[in-house]
Design a protein around this ligand. Sequence first.
Ligand code: GLN
Ligand code: ZN
Length: 765
Amino acid sequence: MVTTHNLGFPRIGRNRELKFALEKYWKGALSEQALLEIAAALRAQHWQAQAALDWIPVGDFSLYDHVLDTSFMLGNIPSRVSTLPGDEIDSYFRVARGRSVSDNAACSCVNAGEMTKWFDTNYHYIVPEFDKNTRFSLHAGHLLEQIQQAKQLNYQIKPVILGPVTYLWLGKSKDGSDKLALLDDLLSVYAQLLHELKNADIQWVQIDEPVLVMELTQEWKHALRQAYYQLQAASPNLLLTTYFGQLQDNLQLACELPVSGLHLDTTTAYDEVAKVIDWLPSHKILSLGVVNGRNIWKTDLTKTLDWLEPIHARLQDRLWLAPSCSLLHVPVDLDSEQKLDVEIRSWLAFAVQKLGEIELLANALDHGRDSVAAALWENSAAVISRKQSKRVHQAAVKGRVLEIDDAMGARQSPYHQRTIVQRKKFQLPPFPTTTIGSFPQTQEIRQTRRDFREGRLSESAYHQAMRKEIEICVHEQEALGLDVLVHGEPERNDMVEYFGEQLAGYVFTQLGWVQSYGSRCVKPPIIYGDVLHSQAITTEWIQYAQSLTSKPMKGMLTGPVTMLNWSFVRDDQLRADTCMQLALAIRDEVLALEKAGISIIQIDEAALREGLPLRKSQWSDYLDWAIRAFRVTANGVSDATQIHTHMCYSEFNDIMAAIARMDADVITIETSRSDMELLDAFDQFHYPNEIGPGVYDIHSPNIPSIDSIIELMEKAAQRIPAERLWVNPDCGLKTRNWDEVKPALRNMIAASRHLSTHLSAARTG
Ligand code: GLN
Ligand code: ZN
């Protein structure tokens, strides 16, 4: 018999119950006990939804983040919180988000733990902190309680833990000491943990080591060997799981580690399955992750069975089936989507449906395809309908992509010539000031959008209300004295959703929430078909804003790579091809803006960096098509049109050359939090165009002082010639309020004025 299991289930709840409970608890409006009861009820619901599986995951649930849970289980709590008053949950939330509920009255806030992306997903984890004195100790109470809870409900369970090597890999050494020096101590705690699980009568433990898909040095490979040789003695059966990529040169190592089974993500490592079957010792089970845990498409079950049947014949009972990775990365249940287009809906599978697919595959393997004929037929019908749908395939769009040539991605003249034309046209002062696009999104603005969306406000009333917001925004910017203005983006709920809603090929869910971090969720739009721009999206708003001022008005667009990276994308064509379709669509919008008389256009690529593949050896391929897509989007304009782009991350030293190839006239980036550390990159690489290193950290309510901004800009001026520097915040201002924004921008402008007299004087004097 084929064994079915799951690597992890979404925690947030089908109606985001966990989010709302957490936020209520943090406000002090829900007791700790009530929060824990909601958490327990959610776990029970999630197990119920997985009840048909042979092994149900336990320990995948978390109040905030599973890596943070692991840190607490291993007694690795930063000393800045362990000395504060309160109980464990207080410490937990202090590390997670800088404060616990008991800090509400008298804020004894601390620095939250750093947060970063979980491999190449959009889930963020709290980075474990290490130094040479870090010592581990076991606190497995929460995991054991959850195991008890599941056992009482009579489930056959498989605890899930993060493997020791991946745990170390994901953490950060605060004092620069070698993380691997901590391995011995860490392993002794893992050995205790596994021993306890064995005592709790656990037969299988899922131990996640996704680090196996990364490029590993000999030291890290050795750490894996040491870990699993050391842990084998006291352990229940270990199922070693890898996901998100191929094993490549770690394949043999993964097969040989002394564990009882190996899980492979066949959506990314399909080509390696045959080799793994050959290498895997015959006493080990092989779990194949055949259903994609990161997208929302139905699996082609017939095709999967064609492939699996011979494997099953060979492996027999040694074959396990599961989704490719934890289902954390997909929405909970398609049944919640009542308003979705029926045809498109028939092509989709969320977490619950994906587990249904696993069941079906197992039944077909065990009892023959005939035993599930009706369900297989239904699946095939959906797959065929998607393949053939005219809504998916538009010959004109595909044709246009094929016609893209190098000329389309190139400006008329190089930057040094364009800048002469642009300087004459815009007559901007030295150190020109601008913002990144959005201004505070007040309650009123959000309510107006909601009223319009839900039919309580007519289109004309909505337009009038938005025009009023634009007026306020333009007026404030003129009063402040900014040089290049923006309209403020009041009409946009989200920078991707806004554009997606107006392009053919996109569809939106009502409840397709996916956890991003803690209580925060995103609802990625779904690109289901060829993307087409049929009418101008932004011109009306931007033109109106321009009509209110004689200063240049910057048009604001989201770039193709960001549109791609923040959506669920098609699995029936290459990402690069979808990206090119998006590029053509946004290019049409760029040209429409230019035609409407807008001469400065910003194309945001906030998510360009996050699309980088896990392995560095694959970076250049990604960067080639991503940069090409940006160039096709941006570079069809005349020399006199100034293209800006914006990126909100500071580490781009390693991709600087690629960014320069985008050839935007101006790039604005995040730097203030890293104290201009980013600019070190400019020592080695001379960025040829203009740049606005963010001087105002918009993630913080603090108002930057004039002096601090001058200091940052002076640092910048040491690396980049002053005549190519702009002064601007880090990112959009939509999450701030006007009382914070006004004084901050006032200081920013004062700093710019100071710099232009001071630094220009220094140059002439
Ligand atoms: N133009 C967008 C804004 O200002 C950019 C947001 C972003 O970079 N994340 O909101
Ligand atoms: Zn940004």
